[in-house]
Design a protein around this ligand. Structure first.
Ligand code: PMP
Length: 397
């Protein structure tokens, strides 16, 4: 059966990580990974999450199956976190939410729902987008196309190009948008630009599929939900994939949610039944543990407060590092203006340096970033910043 199989190439990001692990350079620095790290290079467990988990385990009396859609507390609080209390209350049963194995599970279940609704539908993704969007959506059977997004020249969103690109999308297609903290570029659209994007979606009857993997990592929990909330207020149908990997630090627990909003509760119930059927025919139901933790945490005001302030510290640290990297690079060389680095949102940013400079950083100095020049801002620290600034300046000379 399996003898004829060829070994497939490793995922480029995971592959680079392996090369990093094998690199014998004692001063090596990894800026290519996709997880948050603290000043000691550790991906910490939030204290509030640790407490919620201990309380959950203590109170748990059974490991029997949870409801197929997932823990009801989790689903209720995740909807409120994303949409805000008043909008969630207003929407009521027009929102259908299902717990999923991570944001990836949410994207895949959203893709399955789109396939059930319109087989072979086309989803438009930003150019560039997170590399895993392609296999996740294509393997469900959807077609993918790209809309204009980032300008390597200005290191920012080319908004007029983006808008005209969206205006040219055939009526009725799906548009995948990053809710906040665009991965990989770190370049987000402003609230005013969201308003304009949503107007185009409304005019052309395009369905937004919004990927929210970093709520709280950009400008704050509510600020980062601006686009999602406006889309839900102004458009009849919205599909959302959310993840608790980053903002709750629950990466390995695999927890997220897919949410569908339609014009009425009957349509929502039908759409939700398609998500549940798709889940049933692959993994049946999501792992419970992460959702149990988040549901418990968000229903406890003191734990919620503690988590919010820890998340705020994470955000503040990344903002400080971003600013220090931009200033340091601007002071140490004259080849390139790096001020745009300070404007980036979330965990990632494109450095926008030539590919030979990326490769030289890796081979000469053991500093690892992706070929696209994406760096993980959380991989920077007070200790490694001077080294990184010095080495980047050297390879640019
Ligand atoms: N979407 C984007 C844009 C991401 O960056 C990620 C995580 N790297 C995800 C979704 C999903 O992450 P997970 O499945 O680990 O929750």
């Amino acid at each position: 059966m399996f003898g004829k199989l060829e070994t497939l190439p490793a995922d480029p990001i995971l592959g680079l990580n392996q090369t990093f692990q094998q690199d014998s350079n004692p001063d090596k620095i990894n800026l290519s990974i996709g997880v948050y790290q603290n000043a000691h290079g550790v991906t910490p467990i939030f204290t509030a999450v640790k407490k919620a988990e201990a309380q959950l385990i203590d109170a748990q009396e059974t490991k029997s199956y949870a409801p197929q859609a997932g823990d009801p507390l989790f689903l209720q609080h995740m909807t409120q976190l994303l949409l805000g209390d008043s909008l969630s209350a207003q929407l009521g049963d027009r929102v259908g939410a299902v717990m999923t194995p991570g944001g990836c599970g949410a994207l895949r279940m959203g893709a399955e729902l789109l396939m059930h609704a319109r087989e072979g539908a086309t989803v438009w993704v930003s150019d560039p987008t997170w590399a895993n969007h392609f296999p996740l959506l294509q393997s469900a059977g959807l077609k993918l196309e790209k809309y204009a997004y980032y300008s390597p020249e200005t290191h920012a969103v080319d908004f007029s190009k983006m808008l005209s690109s969206l205006q040219a999308i055939p009526i009725g297609d799906v548009v995948l948008l990053h809710g906040c903290c665009h991965n990989p570029t770190g370049a987000d659209i402003t609230p005013e630009q969201w308003d304009q994007v949503i107007s185009v979606l409304a005019e052309r009857q395009l369905t937004p599929f919004i990927d929210v993997a970093y709520q709280g990592f950009g400008d704050g929990l509510n600020e980062d939900a601006y686009g999602v909330r406006e889309a839900v207020k102004r458009l009849p149908e919205v599909l959302i994939a959310s993840s608790c990997s980053k903002n709750f630090g629950l990466y390995r627990e695999r927890i997220g949610a897919v949410m569908v909003i339609t014009p009425d509760s009957k349509t929502t119930a039908a759409a939700k039944s398609h998500i549940l059927t798709a889940a049933r025919s692959s993994y049946s139901m999501s792992p419970y543990h992460g959702g149990g933790i988040v549901g418990h945490l968000l229903s406890d005001p003191a734990l919620t407060q503690e988590w919010r302030s820890e998340l705020e510290q994470v955000r503040a640290r990344m903002n400080r590092l971003r600013g220090e990297l931009a200033d340091g690079l601007n002071q140490s060389q004259t080849v390139k203006d790096f001020s745009f680095v300070a404007q980036s949102k979330g965990m990632f940013c494109y450095l926008g340096i030539p590919l030979d400079a990326v490769r030289a950083l890796r081979s000469e100095f053991g500093i690892y970033l992706l070929d696209s020049t994406r760096i993980n801002v959380a991989g920077l620290s007070t200790e490694n910043l001077p080294v990184i600034i010095d080495r980047v300046s050297k390879v640019l000379q």
